[in-house]
Every structure is written in C-alpha cells, then in structure tokens.
Design a protein around this ligand. Sequence first.
Ligand SMILES: Nc1ncnc2c1ncn2[C@@H]1O[C@H](COP(=O)(O)OP(=O)(O)OP(=O)(O)O)[C@@H](O)[C@H]1O
Length: 381
Amino acid sequence: MNVRARKEPRQQAAARPDPASGTAAPAGLELRGLIKRFGGTEALRGIDLVADRGNFVTVLGPSGSGKTTILRVVAGFLAADLGEVLIDGRDVTRMPPAAREIGMVFQNYALFPHMTAADNIAYGLKMRRWPKADRDRRVAEMLTLVGLDELGGRLPRELSGGQQQRVAVARALAFRPQLLLMDEPLGALDRELRMRMAVELRRLHQEAAATTVYVTHDREEALTLSDWIVIMHDGRIDAVGTAEELYTRPRTGFVASFFGGHNVAEATMVGLTGDRARARFAGCDMEVACGQPLERAERVGLSIPEEALSLEPAGAAPARLELHVLDDLYLGNGVRVTVRTDDGVTLRAILPRDAREAIRHGGTVTAYLDTTLVAAVPHDR
Ligand SMILES: Nc1ncnc2c1ncn2[C@@H]1O[C@H](COP(=O)(O)OP(=O)(O)OP(=O)(O)O)[C@@H](O)[C@H]1O
C-alpha cells in the first residue's frame, strides 16, 4: 500500500474533510498547544501540529530545540504542562505509555541482549497475548520484511549495528501500531550505512503504513525520508513543509541557513508588492520572492543558495555583482569560494570546476546572482 499520497500537514490543529468519504478524517497524530517547562527552561513553547495518517514526518532541529521532548510527550514518558495529544482522533494525553499502542525505535536499539532477534520481535506480541501460531507467523513476516530471514536465531551481539537496528524496527512494527516514533535511530551507524538504512526505513514505512514521526538533526536523512519536515527552533516550530518547499522558499533566515545551508545576507528593502520584495544588495536592485508574507521594513534578509552565483549570466534575472575573493577550495566537481561584497557581506558559493581559472585568491571576480533562487526572509536582528 502506498502511503505517500501527499496530504497537507497543518500547523494549526483543524480536522479537514477527507475527500474520499466526505467526512472529517481524524489525523494520524495531532498535537494541540503543547507546553513543557523544565524549571526555568521552556523546552516546548506551544506546539501545534497535525500529521495525516500514514505520513512520514521528520522533526529536524539543532541540539536542545525540543525534538526529543516532543517524542517523549507523545509516547507518554513525560507529561506536558499544557496541551493535548491525539492519535487517530483518540485523546491519549492522560493515558500511560503502554495504553497508547505506539511503536518506538531509539538510537541505542535497546534490544534485549539475552533474547534472539526472533524473540525480541515476538516480545511485544507476547505482551499483547497473541496466540503462539499468530506470533510465529508475524515474526517470520517481520524478519522477511527487514531482510533477516536467516538470522532470527542470533543474539543481538551476533548482529551488526545495521542488523540490530532492523530488528529494533521489526520489533516496533510487529504489533501493527498506528503510530511509530523514532528518535535518531541511525545515530550510532556510520555515514554510508546510515544513508542505506534511511532508504530502507522509507520502504518499511511504505509497507507498514503507520504514521511515523522521526527525530533527527541530520539534513540528509530528513531529505531522504520525509513526506514532511518540521523544523524546530528553541521550543517552537519554525516551519513545516516538503523538503523542496523548505529549500526553495525558506520562511525564515533560520530555516534557510539550518536546513538549506544557504547564505543569509542583510539587504535594504526598497519595495514590497504582494509576495515579491525589491531589495538592494551589493549595489544591485533585485526583485525576489518572499518566503512568507513580509511587512514593509527598512531591512530584509535574503536567503541565497550556494549555487545561485555563477560566472555567466544565468536565470531569468541575473544580477551582476563585483565580489572580492577571500578563499577558494577545489572540490573536484566544483570550486567552493568565499567572497565578500563591497559592503563587507561574506557569501559562500559553489562555482563550476572551470571557474577556477577566473578566481584568484585576494582578487575580484564578476559574478551573476540568479535572483529567481533568492528568497526574502524577515530580517533577524
Ligand atoms: N529532564 C530534563 N530536565 C531539565 N531540562 C531538560 C530535560 N530534558 C530536556 N531538557 C531541556 O529541554 C530542552 C529541549 O531538550 P530536547 O532533549 O527536547 O532537545 P533535542 O532537540 O532533542 O536535542 P538533541 O538533538 O541534543 O537531542 C533543552 O534545553 C534541554 O536541556
């Protein structure tokens, strides 16, 4: 079954009609006004989120932004000071963790070391009093699903990190939870294995059809896995969108620099019409799209992707800039340069390999900015 059907995530809690049935379909997960304080620390400052059933939602954000706290509140390990948690329309806010029927996978796997892979997978089924024959059938199915048919009899210590992680996923999905929570499940694996497992998790998610909330601080994992990405910043949701939306039209400077790896530069706002702003940057006037509705102000932020600069005019409206080269690094498939405008704004750019000739350390270079790739964001003071 394909659960990637794109439905809109909603940052405000509101049931939406299900076009198929004509009635309001409960969301797979709904968070309403979650607030959590630890002493003087406000870990969650009002989280509203609706994830449609079967969606894969990644919660991405820097360390300390509140990602794990959200999962712990949803799982029931931690009570929020205020707010509600609904799973498939069921208010579970005051239910103990076991009654919420959630599948969970965490970074340290937490497999039972003295049990075989098969027994680890069967554990939750036993707790739920599944008859032995059903249990055995389901364990075999899960071992096949995660590609470990031959290894069910092994103890965790006889399995590689990636294999243990698959057992943990199989165990979490075995009892067919409607909701699966994963907190940095690939964090302990090396980079190559992490990316391979991310692709595999995506496939498992599609087969299991559970609404999934996945916490990570790794952008690439988020890109590989998600229907929707939620960007956390300081206990709040800064933005929700598809990877493409967040990359091409970041709402804020934080999203642009954290998720997109973009430059965020300050510019003068010289005009604003609807969702387009006119900005003066590096001596050029340019018209750019707004990442969110903006107010008329003196200053505006510009989100400038690293690939927006080139040495030949590019895009529909290339703005010509004279830049000072501070640094250049040959990458094989391109050149990473650090440049500075006359006003002292520093930008990072990726130029094609053959640009190396034109770039001299300490020299100046004429570059063209593809303004169709630039987005105006609120100016952070
Ligand atoms: N049990 C606790 N007691 C006190 N403060 C806590 C506790 N748990 C979390 N915090 C604080 O709440 C904030 C959010 O923490 P959380 O663990 O949710 O962040 P995170 O985004 O998951 O970070 P990381 O990526 O480092 O795991 C942090 O400032 C953290 O120090």
